[in-house]
Design a protein. Structure first.
Length: 241
């Protein structure tokens, strides 16, 4: 069996190397008989040293010119050779404990894929509340957070991958599609809970409360249009890093 760790990256020269070090360390710590691995980074039209850093760290690099997280993830998956896919964000850190639980869950033969409870390295009060709320929603509805999604490669391809129509919440749409695929085959969808997948909390300092509130209000008033607009989701698609 082979695991493909897939990382979409736009202008991530500040944090990508640490992410790749964590992946390498976790894979080494969790080495298992019968498993191989690879790391694929999708350079999503970066203007910095993202692609060069990925190559320096031994990752396979593919390019996606259209700046969209869904397309970057799909491009990485198209280049993957693994029977299992693990998508993580370039500003996140993969821990051996979380990876070990993922391997155990995959080897059970009872699931099609899943996600993991999350945490941020910087969590002021409002962010801490939002993370707790998301983790509750994730466990209850079995929705994977975008920073950590894993699944069988055949299921991913059968459901069409991440939605090319969405610029956010594509991980929720994929979770729902994978759950439907799994139900017809007697397979579940798991949210790992022994540990937390750690991501950067930089957006809490890069954007003002008013800016982030404006995104939330747009999502409340017009969710469908907002999720299809990179301009409305500027906190995900502008160049602030």
């Amino acid at each position: 069996m082979k695991l493909s760790v897939l990382i979409p990256a736009f202008n991530e020269e500040k944090l990508l190397r640490e992410c790749l070090w964590s992946v390498r360390g976790a894979l080494k710590a969790c080495a298992r008989p019968g498993w191989e691995s690879e790391v694929v980074v999708c350079d999503n039209d970066s203007t910095d040293a993202t692609a060069a850093i990925a190559r320096e760290e031994g990752a396979k690099v593919v390019f996606e010119p259209h700046r969209q997280i869904s397309r970057a993830r799909n491009a990485a998956a198209a280049a993957a050779a693994g029977g299992w896919l693990l998508f993580i964000d370039a500003d996140s850190v993969l821990s051996p404990g979380v990876l070990e639980e993922m391997f155990e869950t995959a080897e059970s033969g009872r699931i099609v894929g899943g996600g993991c409870l999350i945490a941020f390295d910087f969590m002021p009060g409002a962010v801490r509340f939002a993370v707790r709320l998301w983790n509750l929603i994730s466990r209850t509805l079995k929705w994977a957070a975008g920073s950590f999604v894993f699944c069988r490669a055949d299921a991913f391809r059968d459901v069409g991958g991440f939605s090319g129509a969405l610029y956010a919440a594509e991980e929720i749409a994929l979770s729902m599609a994978l759950k439907r695929w799994g139900r017809t085959r007697g397979l579940g969808f798991a949210i790992l809970s022994r540990g937390r997948h750690l991501s950067s909390g930089r957006k809490a300092s890069l954007y003002t409360f008013r800016e982030l509130l404006s995104v939330i209000l747009r999502l409340v008033v017009s969710p469908r249009d907002t999720l299809k607009s990179p301009e409305a989701l500027f906190h995900l698609y502008d160049r602030r890093r």
